[in-house]
Design a protein around this ligand. Structure first.
Ligand SMILES: *Cc1c(COP(=O)(O)O)cnc(C)c1O
Length: 360
């Protein structure tokens, strides 16, 4: 992969663009009399002071994350959720109405939505019925214009890891752009993920998020790991202050609480096992797909009806019944043990004999 150069794939006008120079990026010192950013010097209208602009490059957060993931801070982009990184990657690399992306459904919906917003076509190569990559078909689709391949592992909504060998093969073969490996659920899995391969692959981008294992979905904090040249391009086009002060502070606080995060993961994995065992005994459940994530995909006849039955009881699961390869499936996030009991109880009390069991 030695000839691969990011400058050959980024949209030309992004390379020549003069990025916005924010006040806080022109002067980076912490101490001084700050009269450069038109901030309010007196404080905030709230109890907590937020009158100063945040660090545009989130240096403290990156330094700590770099230690934790054993990468360089220059290999990290921090965004307002990983969805921001997905959108920025498309805008940096894909020429609207010309380039396209490749996805492997059933998978996370944001890839194709973000592509559509940016007028980028999506080529779909579905997973196999056992939710693995159709490697040959994917490889033959790695043609010029295919600027990015999205691989979600563990995959949402199926929950399984995709085979490492297949992912390596795709990264090796993709000479026309990037491979994005979305590891939103990696901390719940038995895999170490692809971060340790970053130095080998200049075309690899890994997405991780603070929304799942770290329990910070409401903060909006996501990370992309890639070669410094790719990170540099994302930094050129991102909104200058894309991650707010509070989020940076709380993100940093979370990173000092890894033991708490790990304990939550253990609890969720125990509950995943318990929920799986209990559902397996349910007479109507046809299949519980093996999960390496914090949710399980469950195949159950009349999934659509069961979804509405649960809704009436204010138990909200994700209805995937109409999704290709997920017919009659519900995606169930692992809740607290009490929440999971509520779900199990409701499922045990469905009267399937009733003509319309939704009302039962
Ligand atoms: C939840 C999830 C994300 C996280 O997105 P954020 O914007 O960081 O909250 C990313 N990818 C997948 C596959 C997800 O399921």
């Amino acid at each position: 992969m030695t000839q691969w150069n990011v400058k050959d794939f980024v949209r030309p006008h992004i390379l020549t663009l003069t990025p916005y120079a924010s006040a806080r990026s022109e002067y980076r010192g912490e101490h001084g009399v700050f009269l450069d950013a038109n901030e309010n010097p007196l404080g905030s209208a709230t109890q907590v002071a937020f009158n100063r602009y945040p660090d545009p490059l989130q240096q403290a957060l990156k330094d700590r994350l770099a230690e934790l993931r054993r990468v360089s801070p220059l290999q990290i982009f921090i965004g307002n959720g990983s969805d921001e990184a997905i959108d920025l990657l498309m805008r940096a690399f894909c020429e609207p109405r010309q380039d396209h992306i490749l996805i492997m459904p059933p998978t996370y919906g944001m890839y194709s939505v973000s592509a559509a917003i940016n007028q980028i076509d999506t080529i779909s190569v579905p997973l196999t019925p056992s939710f693995q990559i159709q490697l040959d078909t994917v490889l033959t689709n790695l043609v010029p214009g295919c600027k990015m391949v999205f691989i979600c592992s563990p995959n949402n909504p199926t929950g399984n890891l995709l085979r490492d060998d297949d992912i390596h093969h795709i990264i090796h073969t993709q000479q026309h752009g990037l491979v994005i490996v979305d590891e939103a659920y990696i901390d719940f899995s038995n895999s170490k993920g692809f971060v340790s391969f970053l130095d080998q692959y200049p075309n690899l981008v890994i997405l991780q998020t603070f929304s799942k294992a770290w329990g910070l979905a409401g903060l909006r904090l996501g990370a992309a790991y890639a070669h410094p040249d790719i990170i540099d391009i994302l930094n050129r086009i991102k909104p200058p202050y894309n991650v707010n002060t509070y989020t940076q502070e709380k993100g940093l606080e979370a990173l000092s609480q890894t033991a708490k995060m790990e304990e939550m993961i253990r609890t969720i994995l125990d509950e995943r096992q318990r929920l799986t065992d209990r559902l397996a005994q349910h007479p109507m459940v046809q299949e519980i797909y093996p999960s390496e994530a914090n949710f399980i995909l469950v195949k159950i006849p009349h999934a659509e009806k069961i979804y509405h039955y649960l809704l009436k009881k204010l138990i909200i699961v994700r209805n995937r019944a109409k999704v290709f390869l997920c017919e009659d499936c519900l995606r169930i996030s692992i809740g607290t043990s009490q929440e999971n009991d509520v779900l199990l109880e409701a499922l045990e009390h469905i009267n399937y004999e009733a003509k319309d069991f939704i009302s039962g």
